[in-house]
Design a protein around this ligand. Structure first.
Ligand SMILES: Nc1ncnc2c1ncn2[C@@H]1O[C@H](COP(=O)(O)OP(=O)(O)OP(=O)(O)O)[C@@H](O)[C@H]1O
Length: 230
């Protein structure tokens, strides 16, 4: 099957302009493919480069060389406009933290990614309600902005939002961290559903049991870490 996500000989350095222009070699020669329906876990010690790699795949960090193909579009070469389109239609990102927009009701926060791809208001809200109910957000909170919600409630709203649109490619950054057992189970089944409909997923999971259950392969990112001078 053709890959949905394909990383080809990526190289990433950071230049510390405020520290004498020191160049840190973080990742080199990263090649990796993820097929539709497959979930790959990034592992490796703290500082190995897992978050850096995720941020590169989402287009937040620019690679020095190599290619990041998402559904055939190379993010390394793409114009900002193209990256925005890709994030809206193709590439989802779910972190543990919600970026709260003040005054927008929770229901609309969750429905928004669907509205953005042209889904009608009623259908988008129906899907949002379904996800909020699944993630045990009490109905009395749906019309309120999540600004004042607890950390756990915000995390679950963020997950609902992240899974509203069926992205063909998804990046998951610790999606089960600090959830209770029941909600963790809901998130794992959302991931399984996404795989079943053909999503290609890359994730960071410190939760080993979660990783073992939903991931098909593990990639230890330290294999891409250039030997660093002491
Ligand atoms: N913006 C940045 N500027 C300079 N160096 C950075 C930057 N971001 C990350 N690094 C360096 O890149 C290396 C990899 O960091 P990264 O956060 O990707 O690791 P990680 O594997 O996600 O670690 P953890 O499991 O602790 O989150 C570290 O040595 C870090 O200091």
């Amino acid at each position: 099957m053709t890959a949905m996500i394909e990383l080809d000989r990526l190289h990433k350095t950071f230049t510390l302009h405020n520290q004498g222009g020191v160049v840190i070699d973080v990742l080199s020669d990263v090649s990796l493919t993820v097929a539709p329906g497959e979930c790959v876990a990034l592992t490796g010690a703290s500082g190995a480069g897992k978050s850096t790699l995720m941020r590169m795949i989402y287009g937040n960090y620019r690679a020095q060389s190599g290619a990041i193909l998402i559904g055939g579009v190379d993010l390394v070469q793409a114009e900002p406009r193209e990256i925005i389109r890709l994030r809206r239609e193709v590439l989802g990102y779910v972190s543990q933290f919600l970026r709260v927009v003040p005054r927008v009701p929770t229901l609309d926060v969750v429905a928004e990614p669907l509205r953005a791809v042209g889904v009608g208001s009623d259908e988008a809200r129906t899907r949002a309600k379904e996800l909020l109910a699944q993630l045990n957000i009490p109905e009395r909170l749906w019309s309120l902005s999540p600004t004042t919600f607890s950390g756990g409630e915000q995390q679950r709203v963020n997950i609902a939002r992240g899974f509203a649109h069926p992205y063909p490619a998804m990046l998951l950054d610790e999606p089960t961290a600090s959830l209770d057992a029941a909600n963790r189970e809901v998130v794992l089944s959302l991931i399984e559903d996404a795989k079943a409909r053909g999503a290609a997923i890359i994730g960071i999971f410190h939760d080993e049991a979660a990783r073992a259950r939903v991931c098909d392969r593990e990639i230890d990112v330290s294999r891409f870490t250039p030997a660093r001078a002491a």
